[in-house]
Design a protein around this ligand. Structure first.
Ligand code: VAH
Length: 311
């Protein structure tokens, strides 16, 4: 059985639905700090920092695989560094230890392109390169990658990871990220035909539609262990764009959409990250291949949100 920690978050909402589709409702247990309305499967209220509560669920529900999605993202992490470190690291240690003790068989844990810093090559950032993150979130995600690799090498823990770029989705709003503008802009375009962007118009970042991120996650988790050559975390990539490029594509659907730019503290975070990612190794090792183009993502987001917002 599968346990998802952080199932109400931006990745969790879509991943839970996909896991139910593949493995069946009876084999998926979702959990988060708060239970969302109309959950699609058994949903437990769980604090990921409560080791005993998690251990109880793993044993009682006969969990074999854990998708550990709990984290404090980059922007909030800069404001609450101690809580970000605690939440991101202590919970990862807990799950890795449970696997080492034989309580669970397999773990998915997401890393992020946020592990790369200003000294990393920004164009087609390689799988292995200079990694000197300058945000607490990035530091915690890179430390987490090295922890996963240590537990794999020392205790054969089967933990698998991908470095998500900025993710764009409509089912759940993201919280506390620097790439959140790329989601907020769609809501504002449909509601007010205008958006004030907190990044400069030429800030290029690697991004991906949620369906491709979920596809990569499932593919990595279901591939044979032998095909996995990297036990820190895999680069994955789909497309990259700037706020002005995204605004121009939205204008094709909403001609009188207006965007203004008012950069805030998140500009420095974005400027420390790569502009595009080389994901050759994921493509070679486990046949990663994104399906959504930038244009397809834009039309999909606008049509799905039009229904969701009933605009
Ligand atoms: C963030 N959405 O903005 C996350 C992600 C690469 C960005 O890690 O913090």
């Amino acid at each position: 059985k599968i346990l998802i920690l952080g199932a109400a978050g931006q990745v969790g909402i879509d991943l839970t639905e996909k896991l139910i589709e593949i493995f069946g409702t009876e084999n998926v247990i979702a959990s988060d700090l708060k239970i969302p309305e109309n959950p699609k499967c058994k949903f437990l209220q769980l604090d990921a920092l409560d080791k005993e509560a998690i251990k109880e669920v793993i044993i009682h529900e006969k969990i074999t695989t854990v998708y550990h999605l709990v984290a404090m993202l980059s922007a909030t992490g800069e404001k609450k560094p101690l809580l970000a470190w605690k939440l991101n690291m202590d919970t990862l240690f807990t799950i890795l230890e449970f696997a080492k003790e034989g309580l669970i068989k397999k773990i998915f844990w997401p890393s992020s392109i946020a592990i790369f810093g200003p000294t990393t090559p920004k164009i087609n950032t390689p799988q292995s390169t200079i990694i000197e993150p300058t945000t607490i979130y990035g530091i915690s995600k890179y430390a987490g990658e090295l922890l996963c690799q240590w537990y794999y090498q020392k205790h054969k823990v089967d933990v698998r990871s991908v470095r998500y770029p900025g993710l764009i989705s409509w089912k759940a709003e993201p919280g506390g990220g620097t790439t959140d503008y790329a989601v907020e802009i769609f809501y504002e375009a449909l509601r007010n035909k205008s958006y004030t962007c907190f990044l400069k118009e030429d800030t290029r970042l690697p991004m991906m539609y949620i369906d491709d991120a979920i596809e990569a996650t499932i593919r990595l988790m279901t591939t044979e262990a032998e095909t996995i050559k990297t036990r820190t975390s895999y680069n994955i990539s789909a497309f990259d764009f700037t706020p002005s490029e995204l605004a121009a594509l939205i204008k094709k659907h909403i001609p009188d959409f207006q965007i203004r730019y008012s950069p805030d503290f998140r500009q420095n975070i974005a400027d420390s990250w790569p502009q595009s990612i080389d994901d050759t190794q994921a493509r070679q090792d486990w046949n990663w291949n994104p399906r959504f183009t930038l244009e397809k993502m834009v039309s999909e987001m606008l049509s799905k949100l039009t229904n969701k917002l009933k605009v």
